[in-house]
Ligand binder design. Structure first.
Ligand code: SF4
Length: 939
């Protein structure tokens, strides 16, 4: 037999050069090594030294080469020539594109800067994009947080000055009991997988609370298949059981929370439900030792947690804890009462409560680390309760999400497990003061910057962005009576509101990497109508000008007028900054960069550099020098090095100062990026052991954090179990104060703005109705949003999605594996194929998120499985709730934060007729792709 030499060279080196950078195939920001050969990307693996992934690479990260070379990449700036939505474009020069954008933006800024709505998607440069909006003078700015997980972030920040994910993490080394709530593989990929592996090898119990047993649920020791939207009730029942058994860390509550602060009990008075305070604003407690009222913030008192006490004016007041205990000890939170609604048996709830108590109180962790608290008291050891939790969109994306997330934090705090050994730990720059001090900036005058950042945290009606008549001043109605604490905006409402001129029309809609005409919008057909709607009188589009920047040919491209093509993540500078969402660990702050490992081979530019260029052309303050020249002529890398947010504080914390030796504060250093690259494109700072725990009350940490500019003063953060700002809104709804909600909003504000967390059914939910199902999405570990469908390797794994449902429930409806079914909501119908499974709550159906694509988007063929057999639930989700009395329609969002309530969806399911099988519904006319067939008409 003839011997054939292999025609591939098996021992060839895979690269002639290896460059480090940061992955962007999902949001985890792992360190990667890009292997280059002949100047081309050949291979990507994980950076072993990197604090996020320690060398681990996931399927998405390793497939980055196919995203980098995707046929879906845009090639040059585009100008729309056909009707909007036709996809008919011509390529133009960058000069023409930038001049066009500048003239549009300049005109709007001179007339009314609010008429620019600038929203970004999963953008990792919000420190820059937010600053652009501020200097331009538009309050109409936000990123994708309002439709992602703002409930989780806002509830945490208002309650204890932190949250999960970039804000904090479990003490992985020491935790003894770990609970996951509503977490799919998406928002915590490699970092969570690595640590879950360690927990499993240590024998730590992992409990996954999720209607679906995907990914992490599959490896959990216990899967709790909860009914969607009922997590608050389950957590409330855990609190009920812990309180009943008196398994609460009272000492922790007194030290770190407002549990002992006295709340005025004077129904009808303007300050009913507010904290009783002295003339300096200091809250009162009742000191049991002195038998008198005392400053609640003093460290040397023994405050009462229950009882009723007389204030100097003769009115009654009670410690907030007394009301909290009363609420959760009530029968409505007993395991027997919540079992039927949550679909978790009372025995299971009781057992999990016992296990939590056992881990927290019988397995206390003691470390030989002395530390000093804020009051100067020295502690010889650091002691902690080793229970930890991690939660994400599953509990957040409901209309009851904010109060549910607050309840979860209440549980953590009652167990004494925040920032202690074995518990949940903050990552710098968190903790931040509670409630956060920065308020949203008010609208500005023509040609004038805002006085502060557009996004912030209202503490009462006086911080709302409403006109004297109560009308919203932001296009998305964030910070209005519709969504007073909308800390991340309501991106999902921008197009609808702008087209309806409700509260007003905009002149320019400017979007960055947000697929708003497809998987990032509810009620897609309506959004497409809004994007193409014309004013009957003028014949102009109701949203007159749309600028869009993306690296890829997404569905949104076809609906824009001007396209500014972005680079891929391997072709640009980027900054994972402590001013934004860094890559810190609990042991210290860390930040990172992306460096261009290859140059673009198309006529594309990094969006961040384009934004700096636009800012300079518009002569925005800070974007130009005193002589009017661009301040950052070399683009984003120039900005990363030289921009100072305040003197000495800039995008990157390390290698500052002219000699590059300062950390945190220091003059810009022209060699800073070289130093980052030499270190693997990241920098990690290690806190001293005495700064590791109880950071919210740890003198050494607080003083350091103040020096770093993370917090305004080295004072302790008090956990707000009782959230007074909510009571301020509630009192306004009751008719108190100068700024009151319109009559149409009063009942809603009074009901939901309860300063003590509580559970209420999601708005679109009718639990117990036998014929309806909750319909939710999960994300496969190999896809992130819709980004996977322009990746030739990843779409080989999943190019079509099924509707997953419980086998027993399907049988009752006569539905077999592989059958085609109709899902229907009040809004419409969607058709897809069924897959049966066991690990799903029987009243829940689910599918993979964002697999379905419109034909020819992302340069896909018209018969691509994504288009013919993929589907989205978005078509069934209404962006507006049904009309209420008086005709007003609230958005489909949490009434407190405006978080998009994606997961409230309820559907009916019916088997499709034999002649209806084979293709999903709805089908849209294939897009004209600017990348295929020279933008010609589709076949
Ligand atoms: S988890 Fe995977 S895709 Fe996400 S940043 Fe890390 S390597 Fe990249």
């Amino acid at each position: 037999m003839a011997h054939h030499e292999p025609d591939i060279a098996l021992s060839e080196p895979s690269a002639d050069e290896i460059k480090t950078t940061t992955c962007y195939m999902c949001a985890c920001r792992c360190g990667i090594r890009v292997h280059l050969k002949g100047g081309r990307v050949h291979y990507i693996d994980g950076n072993r030294d990197h604090p996020v992934n320690r060398g681990v690479i996931c399927g998405k990260g390793a497939s980055g080469i196919m995203t980098h070379t995707s046929p879906s990449r845009l090639r040059a700036p585009l100008k729309r020539v056909g009707p909007r939505g036709s996809g008919d474009f011509v390529e133009i020069s960058w000069d023409e594109a930038l001049e066009t954008a500048t003239s549009w933006l300049r005109d709007v800024r001179a007339r009314d800067p609010s008429k620019l709505a600038f929203f970004t998607g999963r953008d990792q440069s919000q420190a820059l994009t937010g600053w652009f909006a501020q200097q331009y003078g538009t309050q109409n700015f936000a990123a994708h947080g309002g439709f992602c997980s703002v409930n989780m972030a806002a509830a945490g920040l208002y309650t204890f000055g932190g949250s999960f994910w970039e804000f904090g993490e479990p003490d992985w080394e020491r935790t003894r009991y770990f609970m996951l709530f509503g977490v799919a593989e998406d928002h915590a990929s490699n970092p969570l997988k690595i640590e879950l592996g360690k927990l499993k090898s240590r024998g730590v119990k992992v409990v996954a609370v999720n209607p679906v047993r995907t990914g992490y649920g599959a490896i959990a020791d216990e899967w709790v298949g909860i009914r969607p939207g009922t997590d608050g009730l389950f957590v409330g029942a855990l609190i009920h059981e812990l309180m009943r058994a008196q398994k609460i860390d009272l000492e922790y509550l007194v030290r770190f929370t407002n549990a002992h602060w006295l709340v005025i009990d004077a129904p009808g008075d303007a300050d009913d439900g507010m904290f009783a305070r002295d003339a300096d604003g200091k809250p009162f407690a009742f000191d049991k030792t002195a038998g008198a009222l005392a400053d609640a913030t003093r460290a040397d008192i023994a405050p009462a947690l229950v009882g009723t006490f007389k204030l100097a004016d003769g009115r009654n007041a009670r410690p907030s804890f007394a009301s909290i205990a009363e609420r959760f000890l009530a029968d409505e939170y007993s395991p027997d009462k919540v079992a039927a609604v949550t679909a978790i048996t009372a025995d299971t709830i009781r057992r999990i409560a016992r296990e939590l108590a056992q881990a927290a109180f019988e397995q206390q962790v003691t470390l030989d680390i002395p530390w000093t608290d804020w009051a100067g008291r020295r502690h010889d050891r650091t002691v902690g309760r080793p229970v930890s939790m991690h939660a994400m969109r599953g509990i957040s994306a409901h209309s009851n999400g904010f109060q549910t997330c607050r309840m979860l934090h209440l549980l953590q705090i009652l167990l004494g497990s925040i920032d202690c050994p074995g518990g949940f730990r903050y990552k710098a720059p968190f903790p931040r003061p509670t409630p956060p001090p920065n308020r949203p900036a008010r609208p500005s005058e023509p040609n004038t910057p805002l006085k502060g950042a557009p996004l912030g945290f209202p503490q009462g009606p006086e911080d709302l962005l409403v006109d004297p008549g109560g009308k919203a001043q932001r296009i998305d109605k964030a910070y209005s009576w519709d969504a007073p604490l909308a800390a991340h905006g309501l991106m999902h409402m921008v197009i609808t509101n702008a087209a309806n001129a409700d509260p007003y029309p905009v002149d320019v809609l400017f979007l960055y990497m947000a697929n708003m005409s497809w998987n990032s919008s509810m009620n897609i057909p309506a959004v497409l109508r809004h994007l193409t709607a014309k004013d009957e009188k003028t014949g102009e589009y109701k949203i007159p000008k749309i600028i869009y920047s993306d690296a890829y040919s997404s569905e949104m491209v076809a609906y824009a007028d001007l396209i500014l093509p972005d680079t891929t993540y391997l072709e640009r500078w980027d900054c994972i900054s402590l001013l934004d969402r860094p890559i810190s660990t609990a042991d210290g702050p860390a930040d990172a960069i992306r460096q261009p490992v290859v140059a673009p081979d198309r006529d594309v530019r990094a969006f961040q550099s384009v934004l700096l260029d636009l800012g300079a052309r518009l002569r925005l303050p800070g974007f130009v020098t005193d002589t009017g020249a661009p301040r950052y002529p070399a683009g984003y890398s120039d900005y990363i090095i030289h921009h100072e947010r305040s003197p000495g504080i800039g995008s990157l914390a390390a290698f500052r100062g002219e000699d590059g030796k300062s950390y945190g504060r220091g003059a810009p250093n022209t060699k800073q990026l070289d130093s980052y690259i030499a270190g693997g494109c990241f920098h990690e700072h290690h806190l001293a052991p005495e700064q590791h725990y109880y950071k919210h009350a740890n003198k050494a940490y607080l003083e350091w954090a103040k020096d770093m500019g993370f917090i305004p003063a080295a004072v302790p953060m008090t956990f707000q179990l009782y959230l007074e700002p909510l009571q301020k809104f509630r009192q306004a709804a009751r008719g108190h104060g100068a700024i009151k909600p319109p009559a149409s909003h009063r009942a809603r504000i009074e009901k939901y703005f309860d300063p003590i967390p509580f559970w209420y059914p999601p708005f679109d939910s009718e639990p117990g109705e036998s014929e309806t199902f909750s319909a939710i999405t999960q994300r496969p570990m190999h896809m992130y949003h819709s980004w996977g469908s322009h990746n030739g390797w990843l779409r080989q794994i999943t190019a079509e999605n099924c509707l997953y449902m419980a086998r027993a429930r399907a049988k009752k409806l006569g539905i077999a594996d592989g059958d085609w079914v109709w899902l229907a909501s009040a809004l419409g119908r969607v058709k897809g194929r069924v897959k049966l499974m066991e690990g799903v709550n029987p009243d829940t159906v689910w599918t993979w998120n964002a697999i379905g694509r419109r034909a020819r988007a992302a340069a896909l063929d018209t018969d691509a499985p994504e288009a013919t057999r993929g589907f989205l639930l978005n078509h069934l989700i209404a962006e507006l709730l049904p009309e209420r009395e008086g005709g007003y329609r609230f958005s489909n969002s949490d009434p407190i934060t405006g978080q998009a309530a994606w997961y409230d969806l309820r559907v009916t399911i019916e088997k499709a007729a034999p002649d209806e099988v084979g293709e999903t519904f709805p089908q849209f006319v294939p897009l004209h792709s600017p990348l295929l067939a020279n933008a010609g008409a589709p076949p």
